[in-house]
Design a protein around this ligand. Structure first.
Ligand code: PEP
Ligand code: MN
Length: 337
């Protein structure tokens, strides 16, 4: 249920409404906007008579949210969420670029690629230290050693770090090294992991599950938000369909759909979405044109020998050139890179 308070509601009236809602058994979240305050009342009470709240002093309007996600919904928070990390703001006019290798392979490799990421004008260095591989016999990541390398490389080139966390037991360790936690597609519905990350104070990028509907994806974001962490980024990385010529089907229509349904920033990952290098630049351009707030792209200086996802990695110069093209597209739609 979403409760819109009168512009003129006093603080006391707001507190009284909150108290009533809590007495009725709801968990209440407050969103204080420039013009008005909105309350989100969470709790499944199908028989609850909303008139009990409508008549309270200071209440302007009450309506049930028909979608099951509440804190993630546009009706709860009208303004776009901007996730601020140091001097990077994700979700504003400037499109944020995240790039780096699929896996951190060595100190030398990540430093080399961090230099490329910095040279391109991107803000965030990506790289996995704990890898969700389809086969248990494939490279699983360097673990803490990799985290140390990516942190040092990012600091050297004034970049932020994003890296994946796969298990609750590694949250504290990864917290020490990263700026943003990535939740991989395979863990999108790992609810215990989402809840634990929701208790941390670092931003979280939630990738869309391999065959998740947008509503399920937003429900997963809701798990994080409902634990108190408001800095959630959603990442479209392609979904599984019957198509065989691409690794996944890049659902770019998810970008405007999520923007309409939610206030959370949307990042697009054309690398995992297509799985093949030659398809990455066209889909990256399309993602910017579709209104993505950021892109995540895999790069490698020697993709033939990459430990994972080599076929989808762009070569350094191709990435640098792509960013130049993206700048023009961003400009054409009133944004900036
Ligand atoms: C990754 O970013 O390297 C990754 C494994 O992505 P996804 O979870 O989208 O497959
Ligand atoms: Mn990858």
């Amino acid at each position: 249920m979403v409760i819109i308070l009168d512009n003129s509601a006093s603080e006391q009236q707001v507190e009284d409404v909150v108290k009533h809602l809590e007495d009725y058994g709801f968990q209440v979240h407050k969103s204080v906007g420039v013009e008005r305050t909105i309350l989100g009342a969470i709790g499944v009470q199908p028989d609850f008579d909303v008139r009990k709240v409508k008549i309270l002093n200071g209440v302007s309007d009450v309506y049930r949210v028909t979608v099951p996600f509440k804190l993630a919904s546009r009706s709860f928070k009208e303004d776009n969420t901007v996730v601020k990390i140091k001097d990077v703001e994700i979700g504003k006019d400037k499109i944020t670029l995240m790039a780096g290798p699929c896996s951190i392979e060595s100190e030398e490799q990540i430093f080399k690629l961090a230099e490329v990421v910095s040279k391109s004008g991107s803000q965030i260095l990506r790289g996995g230290a704990f890898k969700p591989r389809s086969s248990p016999y494939s490279f699983q990541g360097l673990g803490e050693e990799g985290l140390k390398y990516i942190r040092q490389a990012a600091d050297e080139f004034n970049l932020l770090v994003i890296t994946e966390v796969m298990e609750i037991k590694y949250i504290d360790l990864i917290y020490k090294y990263t700026d943003i936690f990535q939740i991989g597609a395979r863990n999108m519905q790992n609810f215990p992991l989402l809840k634990e990350l929701g208790k941390t104070d670092k931003p979280i990028m939630l990738k869309r599950g391999l065959s998740a509907q947008i509503e399920e994806w937003l429900m997963s974001a809701e798990y994080i938000l409902s634990e108190g962490n408001k800095d959630v980024l959603l990442c479209e990385r392609g979904i599984r369909t019957f198509e065989k010529y691409t690794r996944n089907t890049f659902d770019l229509s998810a970008v405007p759909v999520v923007h309409k349904k939610s206030h959370l920033p949307v990042i697009a990952d054309p690398s995992h979405a297509t799985g093949l290098r030659d398809q990455v630049p066209p889909m990256a351009r399309a993602a910017v044109a579709a209104g993505a707030d950021g892109l995540m792209i895999e790069i490698h200086h020697d993709p033939e020998h990459a430990f994972s996802d080599g076929p989808q990695a762009l070569l350094p110069n191709d990435y640098i050139n792509l960013v130049q093209e993206l700048k023009m597209i961003a400009k054409a739609i009133g944004r900036d890179i």
